[in-house]
Design a protein around this ligand. Structure first.
Ligand code: GLN
Length: 203
């Protein structure tokens, strides 16, 4: 079966996510047809969606200006999976704690942008993630922290603070799972959960 995967490409990293999605799909003997989302009209054809890192203020503005934002909301309302990473998590949150971010309200969390400091404070850490047998090598780059969690499940914590969460079909991470050759977070978000049944039903 071929899954159509949309990677939001208005700004931020795309190709690493496309590779990770293809690898995660291949581990389930499936193929992913990856499309880059820059304008409205493409999201409705996607089975899974990825909101990458970048700059959350810019991404949220472009999503709104291009008319992509309501399409993502409808995708989630239909129970289809989304993985939102770093700036993507900020954009997906219910409260980005910053008026310049017009968030999508998909993950019931309050976030703090740039909570780990500046670019030079980027780091990698092994994380225990619910659903993964071995720690995941998480790369944090000017990452947000999750301040408070409403109706969402915490999947991983760093230093006692949540850094990965699931709210229904949407998984959000503070870190960049695409920057290692480990595709297990993409696998977890798209193929290894009850929402994976939605993906298989689409086939
Ligand atoms: N600092 C960025 C923001 O607040 C996120 C950084 C990233 O996605 N790597 O939007």
């Amino acid at each position: 079966m071929t899954i159509r995967a949309g990677v939001v490409a208005v700004q931020g990293d795309v190709s690493e996510h496309a590779d990770a999605i293809r690898r995660a799909a291949a581990s389930h003997d499936e193929t992913a047809d990856v499309v880059e989302i820059r304008h409205s009209g493409a999201v409705p054809d996607c089975d899974i969606l990825l909101l990458p890192g970048g700059e959350s203020t810019t991404i949220s503005r472009l999503l709104r200006d291009e008319g992509i934002a309501p399409e993502i909301t409808e995708h989630v309302a239909a129970g289809k999976p989304v993985l939102a990473t770093c700036a993507g998590l900020i954009v997906a949150s219910t409260d980005p704690n910053d008026d310049r971010v017009d968030s999508l309200g998909l993950i019931d969390v309050t976030v703090e942008r740039n909570a780990f400091g500046r670019q030079k404070d980027s780091f990698e850490a092994p994380l225990d993630v619910t659903g993964l047998d071995e720690p995941f090598p998480a790369v944090f780059i000017r990452a947000p922290l999750i301040d408070s969690v409403g109706d969402a499940e915490v999947l991983a914590e760093w230093d006692g603070r949540p850094v990965a969460v699931r709210d229904g079909p949407v998984v959000g991470t503070s870190f960049h799972p695409e920057l290692t050759d480990d595709a297990r977070i993409h696998d977890l978000a798209f193929f290894e959960s009850e929402v994976a049944n939605v993906v298989s039903d689409l086939g």
